[in-house]
Design a protein around this ligand. Structure first.
Ligand code: NAP
Length: 323
């Protein structure tokens, strides 16, 4: 070992022109090695975030050339899943579905290598799929966390990047740097490995409600020759009102406060009346009535149950299909 004249720091000396600072060597020895399996749009963003955070990243993708940009950033592109998994501590999977994950990990040349490692499954799936995968990982003596990404790839690695993670809390808390690298809002949501996927579908239900509602709004505006920028202006103006209604609905439903009271924002009756105007408009303009028909059926079940004068939250009692 020598002391650098310029920095005063110790150097290991491998030869006259290859002096390497000891701390560089030490940190590379200590780096957590992560295999990222699946380098699609999301997998690429996850791998990039881990490279930026200075992890030792190995990447594998079925279509190998998608790994090239990550190799250029410092990742090791591997030819096989086995190569990626063999020397890694954490196996992060992000492919199209759990069947694809199964086809990658449940192979005789890969499964034995998972023993003692942590699998982090960030592929979208169902609660049932996550619980089954967790139990399979346990049978291989591997640890397992399941995650649901509530973000698009551009959010990954940013402070606003949200990922829900479920499975044993200790596994999550033992790997803070790994999860922090993926986003500033990566949260552990429960020990049940299925919790993240359940929460994901629940949040996405709200998203699709909004997106399909938006599609219907657009169809009505087109039919009525209203310029779409005017619609956008009104959406912006009403967004806080709608957000308030959703929060109120969640609060009241959680507390079982279905009878109208002084704090009620609205009962079912005025909602139903205004909703009939939408139904008429949709039908008269030839807009697909599938969405409004589904909503109408829930309204009518609540009204048939005599709940017209109850708070709108009482609708939550009628969403389940009748037996
Ligand atoms: P994508 O760009 O289509 O990438 C899909 C990835 O899965 C590719 O790497 C693909 O490999 C791989 N794959 C598919 N079938 C496979 C198989 N049988 N064996 C091996 N690899 C296979 O999709 P993405 O947007 O990255 O989405 C990936 C996951 O992230 C999905 O579960 C998605 O729901 C979730 N997610 C995505 C977003 C988003 O905004 N994109 C947001 C939240 C969650 P090839 O390249 O060889 O086809």
């Amino acid at each position: 070992m020598r002391i650098s004249r310029s920095t005063g720091r110790p150097y290991l000396c491998r030869g006259p022109e290859t002096e390497v600072p000891t701390e560089t060597i030490w940190s590379s020895i200590m780096k957590t090695a992560i295999a990222v399996l699946g380098i699609g749009r999301m997998g690429s963003a996850l791998a990039r975030a881990l490279i930026r955070a200075d992890f030792d990243v190995r990447v594998w993708n079925r279509t190998a050339d998608k790994c090239a940009p990550l190799a250029a950033l410092g990742a090791t592109a591997t030819a096989t899943v086995r190569d990626a998994v063999a020397n890694s501590d954490i196996i992060l999977v992000n492919v199209s579905d759990y069947d694809a994950t199964r086809s990658l990990l449940r192979r005789d040349d890969v499964a034995p290598l998972l023993t003692g490692k942590l699998i982090v499954e960030l592929t979208s799936g169902t609660p049932k799929g996550a619980r089954e995968a967790s139990s399979w990982a346990g049978s291989q003596n591997a640890s397992y966390l399941d995650g649901a990404i509530l973000a698009t790839p551009d959010y990954i690695g940013t402070d606003a990047g949200t990922i829900l993670v479920s499975g044993p809390a200790s596994l999550f808390h033992d790997n803070p740097a790994f999860f922090r690298a993926l986003g500033g809002n990566v949260q552990h949501v429960g020990d049940d490995p299925g919790r993240a996927n359940a929460m994901d579908s629940s949040v996405l239900s709200l998203m699709w409600g909004s997106l399909f509602g938006a599609l219907q709004s657009i169809a009505i505006c087109k039919a009525e020759a209203i310029p779409l920028p005017d619609l956008a202006t009104q959406w912006t103006a009403t967004a806080p009102v709608i957000e308030g209604l959703v929060s109120d609905l969640i609060g009241r439903t959680g507390q079982g406060r279905f009878a109208a009271d002084a704090d009620s924002l609205s009962t079912i009756a005025p909602h139903f009346s205004a909703f009939q105007h939408l139904c008429e408009l949709v039908n008269s303009h030839g807009v697909d009535p599938g969405l409004v028909n589904a909503y109408d059926a829930v309204f009518r079940r609540a009204i048939a149950a005599g709940q017209e004068q109850d708070d709108f939250a009482a609708m939550s009692l009628h969403l389940a299909r009748p037996a």
